[in-house]
Write a protein that binds this ligand. Structure first.
Ligand SMILES: Nc1ncnc2c1ncn2[C@@H]1O[C@H](COP(=O)(O)OP(=O)(O)OP(=O)(O)O)[C@@H](O)[C@H]1O
Ligand SMILES: [Mg+2]
Length: 368
């Protein structure tokens, strides 16, 4: 997939801007605070139907304005794609693809893009929630129905925790516990199985990407289930059974804590380099390379699902990587699909050719 033109109106610090993109490598250069991330965010929001860095779409609207617009022309699977987005203050984001409105459930009909941003360091350094979400998103990209599994699990968990809380003052509430425990086990088993399948697809790609980028030993990735001693197999029935058993064992403690202590909501994806947890021991550059490998792997898997490579958006990726890793990444982006990357300066970037754009105060101009 490739985007050939992007137009912005009242988006972040852009009043109006229009820019053409090359099918291969595109570099956006500019000093801090000029609008580099905002341009990537604009492309990304057509794919994710939301921002990667703001909880509400309204943050993307230029201060003092009521609406923002993003338009893009792209080609996907050999045919043209006209994507229009309107963001209304307090009203979220609406997206049309070839004039047809699409909802979050039909995201796969819009632009396909994978974004690497500095915040992705949290995938490695942050809490387990980020990594669970990474797996859930990867699963949803391959099979959109898995989003429903996740929603049903979240509901069962809320209800079960509600019952555990209510049972403190009203023992009759306990009658409900069995129903929600069963719901939690069955929906939880679906969520866990989706994650394990996603991990199975991602794992070889993550290893390959990391080895390629870092010229080092591959990382290990293991799903740590808070409710089992070993990494479970992606077998929904077996997972449900183990979850059931575990919740029966911990029911007394759950009641005491008024919360479900073990389950898919407490699981983690443990990433190790040379046998040590990357979260605690890997260096800054290693963590960044790992986070990037996760995103690149996500793109590899998505490319198989869609039959073509999603657009790669790389925000400030070259900083903190040593020259070797920059070179490796440079080779990668010059040989695969479309990339839009940002940097504060074009110097020491290993990519030859492509288009370089300069951004200053929300104004874009072509450099060469
Ligand atoms: N809703 C908004 N309306 C107007 N300006 C905004 C809005 N949101 C952010 N900005 C401003 O837009 C400018 C560009 O932000 P952006 O994050 O795109 O910068 P950047 O070029 O990526 O900088 P850096 O190199 O520091 O990452 C910043 O000065 C920011 O304060
Ligand atoms: Mg930025």
């Amino acid at each position: 997939m490739e985007v050939s033109r992007v137009e912005l109106t009242n988006f972040r610090n852009y009043e109006t801007a229009a820019v053409g993109m090359e099918p291969g490598f595109n570099l956006i250069v500019g000093s801090n605070g000029q609008g580099k991330t905002s341009l990537l965010e604009a492309v990304y929001c057509l794919s994710a139907l939301g921002s990667h860095r703001a909880p509400t779409a309204g943050s993307m609207i230029r201060h003092g304005e009521e609406r923002a617009f993003v338009r893009a022309k792209a080609t996907g699977a050999g045919s043209g794609l006209d994507v229009d987005a309107e963001i209304v203050r307090g009203g979220g984001i609406k997206v049309w693809v070839n004039k047809q409105r699409i909802g979050k459930g039909a995201r796969d009909r819009s632009l396909a893009a994978i974004l690497f941003s500095p915040e992705d360091l949290d995938l490695i350094k942050g809490g387990p929630e980020q990594r669970r979400r990474f797996l859930d998103h990867a699963a949803a990209r391959a099979r959109p129905v898995t989003t429903t599994d996740r929603q049903e699990f979240d509901k069962a968990l809320r209800q079960r925790n509600g019952v555990l809380k209510a049972a403190r003052t009203n023992p009759r509430a306990l009658k409900q516990l069995e129903v929600w425990t069963e719901q939690l086990a069955s929906t939880g088993a679906a969520v866990v199985t989706n994650r394990l399948r996603a991990l199975g697809q991602l794992l070889p790609e993550v290893k390959r990407r990391y080895v390629d980028l870092a010229s080092a030993e591959p990382p290990e990735l293991n799903y740590h289930a808070s409710w089992a001693d070993e990494q479970p197999e992606p077998d929904e029935r077996a997972v449900a059974e183990t979850l059931r058993q575990r919740m029966a064992e911990t029911q007394a403690r759950d009641l005491e804590a008024a919360s479900t202590l073990a389950g898919p909501h407490r699981d983690d994806l443990v990433i190790e380099l040379s046998g040590s947890a990357a979260r605690l021991f890997a260096s800054q550059g290693e963590q960044r390379s790992l986070a990037l490998s996760l995103r690149l792997a996500e793109r590899d898997v998505a490319a198989r699902v869609f039959g073509e490579e999603p657009i790669l958006l790389l925000d400030d990726v070259f900083s903190e990587l040593d020259q070797n890793r920059r070179d490796r990444l440079g080779e990668l982006v010059s040989t695969s699909g479309q990339t839009i990357a940002t940097a504060t300066s074009a110097e020491s970037l290993p990519v030859k050719g492509g288009r370089t754009l300069m951004v200053e105060g929300g104004r874009l101009s072509e450099v060469g």
